[in-house]
Design a protein around this ligand. Structure first.
Ligand SMILES: [Zn+2]
Length: 462
């Protein structure tokens, strides 16, 4: 009696943590409650949780431990008749950490409030995991005969290496091999009125290259400064870089993406999008670039971006150091090489006393990546399913502005398509990796419907 009273009182006083009462949202609440912040990224707890659910429905589940305790990958397979190669749905279980004092709710309580599920990972990517899991489990519950295996994967270490999918693919490629894969990536963006504006499906990811700027000067006593000061020299080089921006470079997918934006926006924005894609006049393109770049996401996907991320100089208060260094992180359009970047940045820095050298690339980078084709069964199934759910809404390929773990498949020539499978607003999107991350419950259900229909098209026996 007393216990019941306490439970009831807690429930009434919080109210917020009651389950969401739709299958996908309820699952997301459970996933968020397992804190998988990376570091340390203890994702095995999610594998255990999902293993029980999936095994019960007839999936064959394998768990691959990593050398890091509490961290593993899960691969669940729903068998088809083998007449086609598998389709794989990948979702990462780790999330980035939180600035707890900036959240208005407990980020790991799975709070349900104002029609949304709130918590770290709601968008990136436990929401996607819940949607993918619900879609594949619906196939099993409905006993849909399959012509290909449907593989559902829960990954470790996506937000932070080393035991990510690339690591797993080196020893267990057979378990991950497939005809094509679905991962995080593009967006289902809503208009201000809540209706879906467009669906973007990523067909390639940008990759990350780091360059090191090393400015040289004479090391001496700080009481007798000289003009050849390494820190001043580095500062001037960085100032030149700050005033510089790379030129827009459109790929096949970003051209189509910007044309979709043109079709779904009002003047003058629509004109800027058309100009960016179609104009040959540098002044017109520059104007369009300036206007479009007020949106930082759009600024990023049409060019190689430049971001200083580390500074390193000095070791004593009374010594002028002989060198000063800055690490610059570039997120590059597929096909850009480190050599291209070094040549471009040397020209901008324009100082022979500042070396520009290669420091590293993201482990997920795939050299010379080609975009996943838009004529595959999986891409077409996504387009047709989106057309059923949101008639008349354009679907466009998209270059994802950051890296994902798709490289593990792309390196083997397997096409990967990316989607955050829920309609969201710009406001929701801005909370990803930020504070008060959340995803609308009805969007999760629409997403599960989208992916379920897509799997029926691509994997059900005809
Ligand atoms: Zn993610």
């Amino acid at each position: 009696m007393r216990c019941l009273f306490i439970v009831a009182a807690l429930w009434l006083s919080s109210g917020l943590t009651a389950l969401a009462a739709t299958p996908t949202a309820d699952l997301l609440v459970e996933l968020i409650r397992a804190d998988t912040s990376n570091p340390p990224g203890k994702t095995a707890q999610l594998d255990e949780l999902m293993q029980a659910k999936l095994t019960r429905l007839g999936f064959t589940v394998e768990i691959f431990p990593t050398p890091d305790s509490g961290k593993s990958h899960l691969i669940a397979r729903l068998k088809g008749d083998g007449s086609a190669r598998p389709v794989l749905l990948a979702s990462h279980a780790d999330v980035v950490g939180v600035e707890r004092d900036k959240w208005t709710v407990d980020p790991f309580a799975g709070v349900v409030k104002d029609g949304s599920v709130w918590g770290r990972g709601a968008i990136d990517f436990k929401g996607g995991m819940a949607v993918f899991a619900e879609a594949v489990m619906r196939l099993a519950r409905n006993k849909i005969p399959l012509r290909r295996d449907v593989i559902f994967m829960i990954e470790a270490d996506e937000e932070s290496a080393p035991y990510n999918t690339t690591w797993l693919s080196q020893s267990h490629w057979d378990a991950m091999d497939c005809e094509f894969a679905l991962n995080e990536g593009g967006w289902i963006m809503k208009r201000a009125d809540g209706k879906v504006r467009y669906v973007s499906i990523s067909t390639a990811d940008k990759s990350s290259i780091a360059l090191l700027l090393t400015a040289h000067g004479v090391s001496t006593h700080s009481s007798m400064p000289r003009p050849d000061n390494a820190i001043f020299r580095l500062s001037k080089a960085l100032a030149r870089l700050a005033d510089y921006d790379t030129k827009p470079q459109l790929t096949a997918s970003t051209r189509e993406f910007f044309l979709t934006l043109a079709k779904t926006s009002e003047p003058p924005e629509s004109k800027y999008f058309y100009d960016l894609v179609n104009s040959h006049d540098p002044a017109v393109i520059a104007r369009a670039d300036r206007e479009i770049s007020k949106d930082y996401l759009l600024h990023a996907i049409m060019r190689n971006t430049i971001a200083p991320v580390f500074l390193n100089a000095g070791f004593r208060g009374n010594v002028i150091p002989g060198s000063a260094q800055a690490t610059i992180n570039f997120r590059v359009i597929p096909g850009t090489t480190a050599a291209d970047l070094i040549a471009e940045i040397k020209k901008v820095v324009a100082d022979p006393e500042v070396d520009v050298t290669y420091q590293g690339a993201s482990p997920n980078a795939v050299p010379g990546t080609v975009e996943s084709p838009t004529n595959s069964d999986l891409y077409r199934a996504l387009v047709e399913s989106a057309g059923q759910l949101w008639p008349g809404v354009p679907v466009t390929p998209y270059l994802f502005q950051a890296g994902t773990d798709a490289g593990a498949w792309r390196r083997h020539g397997v096409p990967v398509y990316g989607i955050y499978p829920y309609p969201i607003s710009n406001d929701d999107l801005s909370r990803m990796h930020g504070n008060d991350e959340r995803v609308p419950i009805d969007s999760l259900e629409q997403g599960a419907d989208l992916i379920y229909r897509t799997l029926l098209r691509v994997a059900a026996r005809q």
